[in-house]
Design a protein around this ligand. Structure first.
Ligand SMILES: Nc1ncnc2c1ncn2[C@@H]1O[C@H](COP(=O)(O)OP(=O)(O)OP(=O)(O)O)[C@@H](O)[C@H]1O
Ligand SMILES: [Mg+2]
Length: 473
């Protein structure tokens, strides 16, 4: 077992060595997740009303990198992936893909409206009480400011008006934000297609002018160019920003329909998007099968005729046929045998190099992601607790939960492995957040840790003293 594991990781490492180090200074952000919250209704009351599966998660993924999302079972990794890919509507927060907001939650805006109206009601009642008091004093001739009844009524009418106005402005602003979130969620694909079509129009503007929008195609070369324009336009019309993101699911068997042939499984996305051309579908399915290391004749078989690793390859082919720019791979290898794990990792690595793919790779332990991921984010109970490049995270893990995860990674060297001790993480004894609450702090460039001010100072001191965990070796 230990030797196979060693083989698996060293095979992945070999491939990684061929990759150039990621250039973060010149990288483009392809995906931004901002304060993502995903709550599931539990049906209880109070603390049992919601399961806060994802509590407040923010991170950026750069084009071309492999970004690892790691944490124990149930910490919210799959939920984060599913919220990004719009399988769930976020409770709150934003998901921005290629600069376009494709996911947005409005719960906090709705809450803000509710609380503003409650505060307004209380304030108006308070004003009414005060007014009554002053009016009583005025009529009993003890008016402190010497105001008449009319003047007092005027004063309170004005105050009431101001309070109403203030609340109205807040509510208006929140409603605007809700409407804008709903608009973006609904229309991101349509607006994206419109922008793509405008771009094509611009690209061919000279041809369109010269040929009077294709009416006077006298030249042979204009004819071919016009055909190309029509084809590009057709593509642009059907372009969907949300298609640029595809997910490979956690359980290869559960995510594919056992009664569909491999061909229909792989082609499903195309068909859903209106592609009807059978010859084209066949050609694409064949290409995808070859790409993931399966055979064209596999297209007519059913999923149960395949091994776990092969099924995962089918899952990858199904995602790739949509020409995605970002793949969310949800524990694509956890259900597989260790020797097959390395094959799938190598396949993903090859595809990444070939198509310039960006991969959000979800895993529950750190040993797999070390060589494959450029950066790693560690999640604990719906929160991001640490984020850094793989090298830094292994060499200088700061959050006690990250250290605990690292202490669970078996070491290749038998001597080190013998002396390895497992560190347990208990959030109650590890932190005191009773007064000063934690937040995600950038402790050094690109290295984020969830901590409060006291912990931040400790972590900084640790880094200044040249801290090395020893896990990076
Ligand atoms: N559709 C759902 N409805 C209600 N609760 C859910 C739903 N999906 C997930 N949860 C809950 O949200 C929390 C996070 O689940 P999630 O599947 O995201 O965890 P995970 O990190 O992917 O775990 P694993 O490593 O086991 O796959 C869990 O407590 C889970 O029970
Ligand atoms: Mg999961």
């Amino acid at each position: 077992m230990a030797t196979t594991r060693k083989k698996a990781t060293s095979a992945a490492k070999k491939d990684k060595d061929l990759q150039p180090a990621f250039d973060y200074d010149n990288a483009e952000v392809i995906l931004s997740v901002r304060h993502l919250k995903q709550y599931f209704k539990l049906g209880g009351t109070g603390a049992f009303k919601y399961n806060k599966a994802v509590h407040d998660v923010s991170f950026d993924v750069y084009r071309g990198e492999v970004f690892g999302l790691v944490g124990e079972s149930g910490c919210g990794k799959t939920t984060t992936g599913r919220s990004i890919i719009r399988l769930y509507r976020p409770t709150s927060g934003d998901v921005i893909f290629k600069g376009v907001r494709i996911g947005a939650g409005t719960r906090w805006n709705e809450k803000e409206i509710k609380f503003t109206l409650i505060r307004l009601r209380e304030k108006l009642k308070e004003l009414a009480d005060q007014e009554k008091l002053e009016l009583d004093e005025a009529t009993s001739a003890y008016s402190p400011e010497g105001m008449t009844v009319e003047q007092i009524k005027d004063k309170y009418a004005k105050l009431r008006y101001e309070e109403n106005q203030k609340a109205e402005n807040i509510v208006k602003e929140q409603r605007k934000q809700i409407a804008s979130a709903q608009y973006d969620m609904k229309n991101c694909d349509r607006d994206y297609a419109r922008a793509a079509m405008a771009k094509v129009e611009e690209q061919y503007s000279e041809l369109l002018l010269r040929t009077d929008n294709g009416k006077n195609l006298f030249q042979e070369e204009d004819k071919t160019l016009f055909e190309q324009y029509k084809e590009d336009m057709r593509k642009a019309r059907h372009a969907k920003i949300t298609m640029g993101m595809q997910m490979i699911f956690q359980d290869p068997m559960a995510s594919i329909n056992p009664r569909m042939t491999v061909r229909s499984i792989i082609a499903e996305g195309l068909r859903i998007n209106g592609v009807r051309d059978k010859a084209y579908i066949d050609k694409r399915v064949k290409e995808m099968l070859e790409l993931v290391g399966l055979l064209p004749e596999h297209a007519d078989r059913y999923p149960h005729e395949f091994s776990g690793g092969q099924r995962q390859r089918i899952g990858i082919a199904r995602a790739l046929i949509m020409n995605p720019e970002l793949i969310i791979a949800d524990e694509p290898i956890s259900a597989l045998d260790v020797s097959i794990q390395a094959q799938i990792i190598n396949l993903l690595n090859d595809l990444r190099a070939k198509f310039g793919l960006t991969i959000l790779f979800i895993a529950h332990n750190l040993s797999v992601v070390k060589y494959f991921c450029d950066r790693i984010a560690v999640m604990y109970f719906g929160n991001l607790v640490e984020l850094a490049t793989s090298d830094v995270l292994f060499k200088q893990p700061l959050h006690p939960y990250t250290r605990s995860l690292l202490s669970a990674v078996p070491h290749c060297d038998p001597d080190t492995e013998k002396s390895r001790t497992r560190i347990k993480y208990d959030p109650r004894s590890a932190h005191d957040y009773s007064v000063d609450k934690p937040r995600l702090v950038e402790i050094e460039k690109g290295h984020f840790v969830r901590c409060n001010a006291k912990e931040e100072a400790e972590y900084r001191a640790l880094l200044e003293a040249g801290y090395d965990s020893g896990y990076g070796k």
